[in-house]
Design a protein around this ligand. Sequence first.
Ligand SMILES: Nc1ncnc2c1ncn2[C@@H]1O[C@H](COP(=O)(O)OP(=O)(O)OP(=O)(O)O)[C@@H](O)[C@H]1O
Length: 249
Amino acid sequence: MTKLLEVKDLHLKIEDAEILNGLNFSLEKGEVFALIGPNGCGKSTLAYTLMGINKYYPDQGELLLNGEEIKDLPINERAKKGITLAWQEPARYQGVTVREFLSLGLKAKKEEVTEEKLRDALQKVAIRPETYLDRFVDKSLSGGERKRIELAALILMHPELIILDEPDSGVDIVALNNIADMINYFKESQSGILLITHSQEMLKYADRAALLCDGEIIRQGKPEAISEYFKSFCGPCTKAEECETEVAS
Ligand SMILES: Nc1ncnc2c1ncn2[C@@H]1O[C@H](COP(=O)(O)OP(=O)(O)OP(=O)(O)O)[C@@H](O)[C@H]1O
């Protein structure tokens, strides 16, 4: 069966520094695949490369979405094909209200924008619609509020592939539960989720996990096993020579 996402031998350099160093992994529909690894190992870079952000174009390798090569497509074309990235630091949009921001996803899919859909999405992330719908998505909202609103926008967009870059950073315990609910909701509706995280709590929601080290996936397998391996051998890494580079499944 065709995989939702296949990444094959992905290499990316930034200013002559090799940041992604031959990545290989795949993701099925309805699967949560977690990516863990030390600071600076290339997790966010992989997220930007999958999304097609400016300057993050691979030097080598394949990026297949539903079997189709997307490596040369610009970000807007990838978004149309159903890839979405929720940033580690949620974006601010000067002069754009929460209502307008949430409506974008529906309009992009040529779906009718209704008050009910907007309210429903906000309620799913525990944001009171009556307080927030007409506020601006700028620095007047706290980081956690913007993160929740961004997650509400994801619900309305209903992407095929969702890249969540540290969705739990800077959010309170209630929002954490909302994120967990949302992950389950997307799983059930057959979206694939690439979950970049440093959190043990978030790892519980993953079906599989991979450990990234210096731009290479050095292990893939069950989330608990990968996390244990990471805790024992990495951060700070002092045992590089002991670190097997074989991929265990
Ligand atoms: N635009 C850029 N210019 C120069 N170096 C960059 C750029 N983007 C990323 N890097 C470097 O690439 C490496 C990987 O960064 P990346 O942000 O992908 O790490 P990460 O695994 O997401 O880290 P963290 O866990 O701290 O969020 C880092 O050494 C970073 O400094």
